[in-house]
Design a protein around this ligand. Structure first.
Ligand SMILES: NC(=O)c1ccc[n+]([C@@H]2O[C@H](COP(=O)([O-])OP(=O)(O)OC[C@H]3O[C@@H](n4cnc5c(N)ncnc54)[C@H](OP(=O)(O)O)[C@@H]3O)[C@@H](O)[C@H]2O)c1
Length: 297
């Protein structure tokens, strides 16, 4: 089968489309014939070797953790899913013709494979951090860097829970944030005052790692009401850095429910072929997404 792989850490140019052995579903896993793979910033961070100290991988390695596809192998001990089911979920080496998933859910009716591949990691992250920051219905949540994959999910999940959201993004994404039900303003010079004019902030999420932890603490008045997913320096200001958690299966079920009820839609900004994986990484690394990018297999 074909898969995107890299044999050394480095820039997007290290990605190659190669012939590889097909993976097989182990206990508790399923294998899918991949129809689309989500492109997440973690994919290029791993390709650059950023996680080697904490989560070392061996080379050559495949790329990608999110996928949608059709189940074609069911591992030992797995119930409730059959060969031929259309699923979306998370696993490893998903930029490939076949991939093994360790968490999955049935795709909601009406969702395309292309769209479905964009949900798993961003929805798991959004649900996790909304829970960790402890914001409740009737309160206001500030999301710094709100137009990307995670931000798009945070805005809509918060709206579904009766939480008011103020989002920051670039000038080109202001109407996009408003279309997702948020109050919007731009980041950059004077942004703290612009946020204050939009309302009181009860809790805040740093989704862009743009060096604003101090300002988010100032706006909420409490480091315990701020969570970052992108600034490893956050704990120095007593702010929680939220990393990977094991909540993917539950998150996928919640995503399917929200999508079915028309409460969550993450647009696909652009699709790429497997051979264009390096271009997908270049675009993701530029850091200005609207929704999610996907690789079509
Ligand atoms: N720790 C975890 O569990 C976890 C999980 C998922 C993701 N992450 C990390 O979280 C970050 C966001 O992920 P993502 O998938 O949402 O990324 P993404 O889709 O690439 O979105 C990036 C967002 O950042 C905004 N942005 C760019 N420069 C900014 C600035 N100076 N100030 C404020 N916002 C700015 C962009 O807005 P414009 O396009 O409007 O400029 C865009 O909304 C990445 O660094 C990723 O690695 C961490």
């Amino acid at each position: 089968m074909k898969r995107v792989s890299f044999a050394e850490f480095g820039g997007p140019g290290v990605l190659e489309l190669v012939d590889a052995e097909e993976p097989h579903a182990g206990a508790g896993q399923v294998r899918v014939a991949v129809r689309a793979a989500g492109v997440n910033p973690v994919d290029w961070r791993i390709r650059e070797g950023q996680f080697q100290r904490v989560h070392p991988i061996e080379l050559p390695a495949g790329v990608g953790q999110d996928a949608s596809g059709v189940v074609d192998e069911v591992g030992e001990g797995v119930d409730g899913v059959e060969v031929g089911d259309r699923v979306f979920g998370a696993g490893s080496s998903t930029y490939a013709e076949f991939a093994v998933l360790s968490a999955w859910a049935r795709m909601p009716e009406g969702l395309t494979f292309e769209e479905a591949a964009g949900y798993p990691s961003v929805v798991e992250t959004a649900l996790r951090i909304i829970g960790e920051v402890g914001v409740a219905s009737g309160q206001t949540l500030l999301a710094s860097g709100a137009s990307g994959g995670v931000g798009s999910a945070v805005l809509q999940i918060a709206r579904d829970r009766g939480i008011t959201v103020i989002g920051t993004a670039g000038a080109a994404n202001q109407d996009y944030l408003r279309s997702l039900g948020a109050l919007a303003t731009t980041y950059g010079e004077g942004w703290v005052e612009r946020v204050r004019r939009l309302g009181r902030v009860d809790a805040a999420l740093d989704l862009a790692g743009s060096g604003v932890i101090g300002e988010l603490v100032e706006l909420t008045g409490d480091p315990g009401r701020v969570v970052s997913i992108a600034d490893l320096g956050a704990p120095e200001l007593r702010v929680r850095f939220s990393g990977v958690a094991g909540s993917m299966p539950g998150a996928l079920a919640q995503a399917a429910d929200l999508i079915s009820r028309g409460r969550l839609h993450i647009p696909v900004e652009r699709s790429y072929t497997l051979a264009e994986a390096a271009a997908a990484h270049v675009d993701s690394q530029a850091g200005h997404a609207r929704g999610r990018r996907v690789v079509i297999v």
